[in-house]
Design a protein around this ligand. Structure first.
Ligand code: MG
Length: 406
């Protein structure tokens, strides 16, 4: 066995800090929000969040054995140690990386608190004071906090006017960028196995985009997500038919395993394409970025490897003049981690917010003011992430009651 523990011991006493404990909880919002707290012998605790999904907090708890006694300031080394020791040599993707992402964010929060600096400063400084947010919107389908995902099968709920109504409502809140799913469950199109879309269905999708664009005008950025469902021919047809509507992007057109297929669609259309939310670490982005398979890269920092790994992906995107717009379905903790990253990335454009239906979103954090104002989040100047969990609200919404950490 190789030894991945700390071999760099030479540091002054004030930075000789040790991790003492790792605790987790799952807050049930419109997704499971996997929260982690990393405690130290300096009396300072860092908080982080990983992308949703079962088992993630179990893996975080398992990683505790590789963290206790370590110096939390070795953020990037500890990320590598967690991934390698938990997955075995050679394991580089999947939920292990997702779990390590949330802990990595907690380590940045800790470092910021210990140095009395905001996280963006540790990431290299900031390019902007406010982060532009795009709001993920829903027409007929929705994520209900109590019951999970609902796909209404009433066709009227997916009428183009229903999308336009929702777009107008959200734009009136001050958002300058919106996204909808273009999946419409009643038509089961594209075909779930061959990915081909019928003429009637492609016409309805185009009419939907047209209705939204007409309602909100040309100056609000507008994206649509199609969740990797299309064959190459259908993806090309849809993307080209949407060219008149000047989309911010069309997201996830073809399945993610085949980069050449993604590039093939991208080269066929002027509609910008986005993808990246289900990829891990820089290596799964490299070919996509250097082969120009994408116009906008959308990694999820709480999935793909945390803030340092996301910045490395953003840097590769910048080298190829590709825009960086992170995916985010987190609660306030993970969202604020993305805000610090977005502040520190030159080629950042817009960050996702996906919790419009959670009316206690702003009760879940410890700040006095709402996080989002007129479609922007101000980059915090408080140390660390500049946000904490409101533990009484979190306790009310635990996925597994009685498991709140203290
Ligand atoms: Mg998506």
């Amino acid at each position: 066995m190789r030894d991945f523990s700390n071999h760099a011991q030479n540091r002054p006493a004030e930075r000789d800090v040790s991790i003492t404990d790792v605790q987790t909880c799952v807050v049930q919002g419109n997704f499971e929000w996997n929260i982690v707290a990393v405690h130290t012998d300096a009396g300072v605790t860092g908080i982080g969040e990983s992308y949703r999904g079962g088992g993630v907090t179990d893996i975080m708890e398992y990683m505790k054995r590789f963290l206790v006694g370590e110096n939390p300031l070795d953020v990037e080394r500890l990320f590598r140690r967690m991934v390698t020791e938990t997955s075995g040599h050679g394991g580089t993707t999947g939920k292990v990386v997702t779990a390590a992402s949330g802990i990595e964010i907690a380590l940045w929060d800790l470092a910021g608190k210990l140095f009395d600096l905001p996280v963006y400063q540790l990431l290299g400084g900031k390019y902007r004071d406010e982060i532009r947010i795009y709001c993920d919107c829903h027409a007929g389908e929705s994520y209900e906090v109590e019951d999970g995902f609902h796909a209404a099968h009433d066709e009227d709920l997916y009428a183009p006017a229903a999308y336009a109504d929702e777009a107008e409502r959200v734009a009136d809140m001050g958002f300058t960028a919106l996204k909808f799913d273009l999946d419409q469950p009643f038509d089961n199109s594209p075909d779930p196995y061959n990915g081909r879309v019928q003429n009637e269905d492609i016409r309805r999708k185009v009419e939907t985009v047209e209705a939204v664009r007409e309602r909100i005008g040309d100056d609000i950025d507008l994206a649509f997500d199609v969740h990797w469902d299309y064959s190459i021919d259908s993806a090309k047809r849809l993307a080209s038919k949407l060219e008149p509507y000047d989309l911010m992007w069309l997201e996830d057109v073809v399945p993610p395993e085949n980069m050449a297929a993604q590039r093939e669609v991208n080269r066929s259309t002027n509609t910008p394409l986005a993808t990246g939310e289900n990829r891990f670490r820089v290596h799964e982005f490299t070919e996509l970025l250097y082969d120009f398979g994408v116009d906008v890269i959308t990694p999820d920092p709480t999935t793909c490897g945390g803030l340092a790994e996301s910045k490395a992906i953003a840097n590769r995107a910048e080298e190829n003049y590709i825009v960086f717009s992170p995916h985010n379905v987190c609660g306030p903790i993970g969202t604020m981690a993305c805000v610090h990253l977005a502040a520190a990335v030159p080629n950042f454009d817009v960050l996702e917010y996906h919790a419009l239906e959670v009316d206690w979103w702003d009760d879940l954090h410890d700040r006095d003011e709402d996080l989002i104002t007129d479609g922007y989040i101000e980059v915090p100047e408080r140390p660390g992430l500049g946000i904490g969990l409101d533990e009484s609200t979190a306790t009310e919404h635990l996925a597994d009651p009685g498991t709140m950490f203290g």
